[in-house]
Design a protein around this ligand. Structure first.
Ligand code: ARE
Length: 581
C-alpha cells in the first residue's frame, strides 16, 4: 500500500506491446472494487491519463514503452486498485491485462500489453480428456523400447511401457464415447524418458511414440469426431541431451547456443528447472531462442501437425514478455487456438497470465476439491474457493478444473478407494465454472497400486499406471456415472458458462445455483450426514419453485408460496435439480 500522507502518486509503467501505441491511462478505485474501463472511459472509480515517455523496438513488431501518469487520492485511501490501458490514436489498439494491482509506494510496474482478449468459445465449453501417452494404449508393439521382462512391476513403472500414438488413434472412439470434446496429449518429443518432458528435439516425435504421420492421423480422427486436440508444450527447458545444450556445454561462448541457456559457471553450472541438472533452462529472452520458438516450434505443432492449442508446461518459467510474444504468434497462426498454462501457484499469480494466455489449470480448486471430498475437510473450503475464484480470475480466463493429474496422487487413492467420494467431487467439478479435465483412467476407477513409501527419484511413478483396458478391471458403473455427468454438462449451457451463486453453506453442505437467461440449476453437495436445510427464497419473491431432479426428472419439491425453499440433503450425496417456476 502507499503512505498515508501522499495525495499524488506518480505511476510509471513499462509495457510490452505490438504495433503503435500513443496513449494510455490508469483506471483506479479506492473502495476495494476492481477498476473497470477502456480507452479513456472509467466504468467505475476514476481515470488519469498517461503519457508515453520512451519507446524502444524489440524487433518482430514488439515494442517496449514507458508510460507515466499521476493518481490523485484522498489522504486515507490506502488501498488504491488500478489497471493500466494503452491504445493508439485511432482507438484500434487494445488494452493490457495486468489488472487490479494494488498501488505500491514507488508505483513502478512492468506490464504486458495483450489484445483486448477473448478466449476461444470452444474452450469455454470444453470437457478435456488428459492422455498420458506411454501409459494409455500400446497400438504398435513394434516401436516398443525393449525392457527386461523380468523386472518387477514397480521397476517397469520407471520405464517406457509401450503406449503410443497409434494407441491413442485406436482409442479416439473410446474417448469420444465418454462425451468429451477435447483431448490433451502429453509430450511426445524425442527424448530419453517415457513422459516426454525432457525434449531432446522440439521438432521430432520420439519413435517410441510414433511419427508425424500417425500424429496427424490422431488429430484428423479426433477432428472427424468433433474433438479438439491440445499438445503439452515444454518451452522452459530442454534435456541435457539436446544437441543445442551439448554444443553450448562443449564449446562455451564459441557455441551459437551458449546464450540459449544461462551458464552461471560454465560448463557445469547453469540454470535448471527445479535444480534438475538434466533439465537446463532455456533463455527464452535471448532473441535467437525466442525466434526459434516462435518461428519454428510453434508453427510445427500448430500448422504442420495441426494441433488446436497448447497446455504450457511450467508456464511460470518463461518471462511474461515471452508469453506476450507467444500469444501473438499463436493467434496469428490459428486465431481459435486455446493456450492454457500450468502455473502451479496461488490464484493471484495464476491470474497474472490472464490475457497472455487464454486459461490456466486451476490448482487452488483442485486442492479444495481434494481436501473437501477425499480428505473430509469442511465444505466451507469449497465455498471459499468458489468465491475466491470469482473474485480473482479474469472473467475471460478459462480455468481447467481437475481432480488429479500425472504429478500428484490419484484422487481415488487419496480417498482411500472410496468411489462415492470421487463421484461427489466429479459432480462438483462438472457443475462448477471452468473446463473440466479428466485424467485418463479416473473414469474407470484407476487408482494406484501403491503409495510412494521410499522416497527415490521416481516419486511420481504411481500416478501414471497403465490404463486398464480389460473391462473386468474397470469400474463400469463409475464410467456410466461419468458419462451421465459429461452429458448433463454438454446438454446444459448454464452448467458450462452460466453464473454461479451460492445459496447455502455450512461445514458439510454446500448449495449453489448455476444459471443463464434460460435455465437455472441447483446443486446440493453433502459431505457428511443428512440435513434438512432451508434456503431463503429471496430471489424468488414468493413464486412457486419446482425442483426437478435432473436424473429421474421427478418433481421433488413444491414449496408453498409463503414457504422458504426446503431441501433435505442426503448423507454423502449429490443432488442436481433443475429449477422450474
Ligand atoms: C522426476 C521424477 C520425480 C522427481 C523429479 C525431481 O520422476 O519423482 O521428484 O524428477 O528429481 C517431468 C516428469 C517428472 C520428472 C520431472 C523432472 O514428468 O516425472 O520428475 O520432469 O525430471 C513444480 C512445477 C511444475 C511441475 C511440477 C512437477 O511448478 O511445473 O513441479 N510440473 C510440470 C509437469 C511435470 C514435468 C515438469 C513440469 C517438468 O507437469 O510432469 O516433470 O517438465 C508445489 C509448487 C509447484 C510444484 C509442486 C510439485 O505446490 O508450488 O510449483 O510444481 O509443488 O512439486
Amino acid at each position: 500500500s502507499i503512505p498515508d500522507h501522499k495525495d499524488k502518486v506518480t505511476v510509471k509503467t513499462t509495457v510490452e506491446h505490438y504495433g503503435p501505441i500513443d496513449k494510455g491511462g490508469i483506471y483506479y478505485t479506492t473502495d476495494g472494487s476492481t477498476p473497470v474501463g477502456k480507452r479513456g472511459l472509467a466504468t467505475n472509480g476514476r481515470f488519469a491519463p498517461m503519457y508515453v515517455t520512451s519507446k524502444v523496438s524489440l524487433g518482430n513488431g514488439l515494442y517496449k514503452s514507458v508510460l507515466t501518469g499521476v493518481i490523485s487520492k484522498q489522504k486515507n485511501d490506502t488501498r488504491v486498485k488500478y489497471k493500466v490501458d494503452v491504445w493508439d490514436t485511432e482507438g484500434t489498439g487494445s488494452q493490457f491485462a495486468d489488472t487490479n494491482s494494488i498501488l505500491s509506494a514507488d508505483a513502478t510496474e512492468f506490464a504486458y500489453y495483450v489484445d483486448d482478449y477473448k478466449s476461444p468459445q470452444w474452450a469455454k465449453n470444453a470437457s478435456i480428456y488428459h492422455v498420458f501417452v506411454d501409459r494409455f494404449k500400446d497400438g504398435n508393439p513394434l516401436n516398443n523400447e525393449p525392457v527386461d521382462p523380468n523386472l518387477s512391476y514397480d521397476e517397469k513403472l520407471k520405464n517406457w511401457m509401450g503406449g503410443d500414438l497409434q494407441g491413442v488413434k485406436e482409442k479416439i472412439s473410446y474417448i469420444k464415447s465418454l462425451g468429451v470434446n477435447a483431448i490433451w496429449i502429453s509430450p511426445v518429443f524425442k527424448g530419453p524418458y517415457f513422459h516426454g518432458y525432457h525434449p531432446a528435439d522440439f521438432l521430432k516425435i520420439d519413435p517410441r511414440f510414433g511419427d508425424n504421420k500417425v500424429m496427424k492421423e490422431v488429430i484428423k480422427e479426433a477432428h472427424k469426431n468433433g474433438m479438439k486436440v491440445v499438445y503439452d508444450l515444454v518451452p522452459n527447458h530442454t534435456s541435457n541431451q539436446h544437441p543445442f545444450f551439448k554444443d553450448a556445454a562443449k564449446n562455451g561462448t564459441k557455441s551459437p547456443y551458449y546464450n540459449w541457456y544461462t551458464f552461471t559457471n560454465w560448463p557445469n553450472e547453469y540454470k535448471t528447472f527445479y535444480g534438475v541438472t538434466e533439465l537446463p533452462e532455456l533463455n527464452n529472452d535471448n532473441p535467437a531462442t525466442r525466434s526459434y520458438m516462435m518461428n519454428k516450434v510453434v508453427p510445427f505443432w500448430l500448422k504442420d501437425l495441426g494441433f488446436d492449442g497448447f497446455r504450457l508446461d511450467y508456464a511460470k518459467g518463461p518471462s511474461y514478455s515471452f508469453w506476450v510474444d507467444f500469444r501473438h504468434t499463436v493467434k496469428k497462426l490459428k486465431p481459435n487456438a486455446f493456450i492454457y498454462g500450468e502455473v502451479w501457484d496461488s490464484r493471484e499469480k495464476i491470474n497474472t497470465y490472464a490475457g497472455k494466455l487464454d486459461g490456466a489449470l486451476d490448482f487452488p480448486m483442485q486442492t479444495a476439491l481434494l481436501d473437501v471430498f477425499a480428505k473430509g475437510q469442511s465444505m466451507q473450503e469449497l465455498s471459499d474457493a468458489i468465491r475466491l475464484n470469482q473474485e480473482t480470475y479474469d472473467p475471460q480466463y478459462v480455468m481447467g478444473t481437475f481432480l488429479d493429474n500425472h504429478d500428484m496422487p490419484r484422487f481415488l487413492f487419496e480417498s482411500k478407494g472410496d468411489v462415492n467420494k470421487l463421484k461427489q467431487a466429479a459432480a462438483a467439478q462438472f457443475t462448477l465454472p471452468g473446463a473440466p479435465i479428466i485424467y485418463y483412467g479416473t473414469e474407470v476407477g484407476l487408482s494406484q497400486s501403491k503409495d510412494q513409501t521410499t522416497v527415490d527419484e521416481y516419486q511420481d511413478r504411481y500416478y501414471r499406471e497403465p490404463m486398464p483396458w480389460n473391462k473386468a478391471k474397470q469400474n463400469l458403473e463409475l464410467k456410466k456415472y461419468y458419462k451421465k455427468l459429461i452429458k448433463l454438462r454438454n446438454d446444459e449451457p448454464a452448467l458450462r458458462t452460466g453464473k454461479i451463486k451460492e445459496w447455502y453453506s455450512d461445514d458439510q453442505v454446500l448449495v449453489y445455483e448455476r444459471s443463464n437467461k434460460h435455465d437455472r440449476f441447483l446443486v446440493v453437495l453433502n459431505n457428511g450426514s443428512a440435513e434438512n436445510i432451508t434456503l431463503q427464497k429471496s430471489s424468488d419473491k414468493g413464486h412457486e419453485v419446482v425442483l426437478k431432479n435432473v436424473w429421474d426428472k421427478k418433481d421433488v419439491i413444491h414449496p408453498g408460496k409463503k414457504d422458504d425453499l426446503k431441501i433435505s440433503s442426503k448423507a454423502g450425496g449429490v443432488q442436481i435439480y433443475e429449477m422450474v417456476k
